[in-house]
Design a protein around this ligand. Structure first.
Ligand code: SF4
Length: 144
């Protein structure tokens, strides 16, 4: 076994996505024995299924960490606190296992690495957990 790697749980066939659908398992270039599956949104107590969430401005995950951006659900609920809570719980796990790398689901408001949704439109940006991981020096790799 090598170094532990965090992987978005939904990339591994876990039913944790907002819409309750199971994604096909992705082939990742790691030994899956080293994978720690994490879903920041369900760690924060959000339910499956749940309405989708978006950022309210283009600062995306970084903006949330800086208190300049909110995460809002499609039915208008402010979920910023839950997304921050989920990112902190994911970071606790990363620290516990001395994780240096994470494979994260692209476009998610938690796990997106290059692209996320801002008010229903795809934009360049990153999720809240991704932004926190990057700030903590964890390498983040987006997976479609
Ligand atoms: S993208 Fe991240 S937060 Fe969303 S379901 Fe997958 S693991 Fe959970």
């Amino acid at each position: 076994m090598g170094e532990k790697v965090i992987v978005s749980a939904c990339l591994c066939g876990i039913r944790c996505r907002y819409n309750g659908k199971i994604l096909e398992k992705r082939n990742l270039p790691i030994d899956m024995e080293d994978a720690i599956l994490v879903c920041p949104e369900t760690l924060a107590g959000l339910k499956i299924p749940r309405t989708p969430s978006f950022f309210d401005n283009e600062k995306t995950g970084e903006g949330v960490l800086d208190g300049e951006t909110k995460v809002v659900s499609s039915d208008g609920e402010d979920r910023t606190d839950e997304f921050i809570k989920g990112s902190k719980k994911a970071l606790e796990i990363a620290k516990k296992y001395n994780v240096k790398k994470a494979y994260l689901k692209e476009r998610s408001p938690s796990c997106g690495v290059n692209v996320v949704y801002v008010n229903n439109e795809r934009k360049k940006g990153m999720g809240v957990t991704t932004a926190l991981f990057k700030r903590e020096g964890i390498e983040v790799i987006g997976v479609e």
